[in-house]
Design a protein around this ligand. Sequence first.
Ligand SMILES: [Zn+2]
Length: 712
Amino acid sequence: MKRARLLGALILLAAASCSRSGSVFRGAPVVVICVDTLRADRLPAYGYRKVETPALDALARDSIVFDNALSHVPLTLPSHVSLFTGLLPFQHGVRDNLGFRLSTAHPTLAAILRKDGYTTGAAVSAVVLDHGSGVSQGFDYWEDGIEARDVAQAMGQLQRPGEETARILETWIDGRAEGQKILAFLHLYEPHTPYDPPEPFRARYRAAPYDGEVAASDAIVGRFVDYLKRKKLYDEALVVFLSDHGEGLGDHGEDEHGVLLYREELHVPLFVKLPKARRAGERVPRPVQIADVLPTVLAAVGAEPPAGLPGRTLLESDRGKSAEPRRVYSETLYPRFHFGWSDLASLSDDRYQYIHAPRAELYDWRADPAEKNDLAAGLPPAFRSMRAELVGIDRPLQSPGASDPETVKKLASLGYIGAAAPTADAKDLPDPKDRLGTIEQLKNANRLVGEFRDGDAIVQLRELARENPSMLDVWESLARVLRRNGRTREALEALERADRLAPGTPQVILGLADLHREAGNFDRARQLATAAGEAGAPGYREELASIALSAGDLVSARREAEAVLAGNVSARAPRLVLARVALAGGDVAGALAQVDGAIRLDRQMGRMPGIGFRAMRGDLLARLGREKEAEAEFVGEVASYPENLDAWARLALLYASQGRPGEPGGILSRMTSRVPTPKSFAMAVHVCGILRDAACERDWARRKGERFPAGG
Ligand SMILES: [Zn+2]
């Protein structure tokens, strides 16, 4: 007893002297910057020479740099949840970007710091990190107002420029009182596909657009760091810079990320800049993991971490406990949930990586960093020991979809949830590395969608669906492109196939709701949108608002739109709904005030007006006889959003009403060459019909027939 008390006193003494030595920075501002999809070996800080990243180089010079930091999962949402909970994916339960929601039972970094008196704010650049996923738990402010450009866009593609995101976060920081302790999280999505860097990076990295996006991210981080310096926050702050996962870039046959677990998908940059740049220049070669970030930040500011975390603080020296060898766990369930193939898991230590798969692999990544030489065949001791350890980990396979029993019951009553996903516990599934050709085919089809070559895309997607009926992503892509072509019934069939593969996935149900809205099945649409909302789908109230608007129920449309705005003042979609409600009531000036308010807000936030806003403004101005301004709005809309066919049509009709011969035809030609889809040609025919120009109507119908002989 006496002995134990003495030991306890000694430990306390050790802890106290540790904090006296200056490793605890109570109240320090905490800034976490994540550049999504950034491979460590594509940064000069890790030896890459083909890109210039002056801002990150400077940040690295002020930081402790971790040479071998690994992600637990090459997927944005699960990886960020590990960052914020300090838990491994099977511990926090968010196993994929879609169909999972973080349980409120897990304390997050933001929640713990908030208890410690911090105010917590974040701005993110991808819809995958929408607050509906629960990733925002503990944040006072989480700005994720990213809206769809085009119904044919995949969710993973919905993003906004990092520059906008950074400005939003700066505005939030500006609003905090001086001396207030802050946690700020900035998420940039530039290096994620599509690789489309802005100038000057586009020209500078023409042959390597991924590098161009890395350079563009560097510039944004640089401006954000300059802002922190101007605010006198940088010097005092604990800054953590990292990525959530890497990118395949074709090294093992996968171009992007999510399917495979090789090092290029898991090895991420990690810099920790301490206040006053203490320990700047240290390099840490031992393997560390994203789950270590939470205990590191908490230890640095002297806050208590939750018990039982898998990670540990990275600020201890390389001696003692932190020098003990350990293995970092990673996984991906993406191939199972999306393609019906086997999931993968992996363990990495300071020399080997073991990948658990139908055909397991082992690499000596120190000697063979590109992981080209699989050592598994020789069954070396590392293979046996890592395999045994991995098989021994109790990691249940949670399925996507609704998990809360009430929601499941409600969805079941709607006929949209049956048994668990068919692949949930299937065994003997194909090895993803043997099926990469199929992913290539899906990518080709999606590229055709991006180029508006919808007819070819539909043929290819149908073919893929026939050969791989359990590929969720094929059915989703098919539904999106069919819908864009006005083939609503077929789109519904395709999306219902997707729903059967991942029953109750909120985003899929919301997609079904919107298709039913388009098909005029308003009751069904409403039921599904409500169910999707209860299952955690972002944007379900916006959907309810637009269902009400489509159904002519202006009172409900207004109510839903106002409810969305009450929760998120910077939301755009509800403002468009409110403008349409005003217009439907004959209040053109009121409608214009709504649209102007939204565009003003966009300007304040430094973002481009959302799809449809300038077209709507143009329409209202035309009604008020302000034709010159109306024209400028339509022209602006189609320049930003060529897929908005309605805006092209309104521009053509405006020119026709002004008696400008030849110009309406020119607009229709530009529309159909920018967006060469059957729907676009059908719009041209429709415009001619409104103009009562029979020759024009015949001409466009003929062109449509020639281009899409099967009828599109
Ligand atoms: Zn990501």
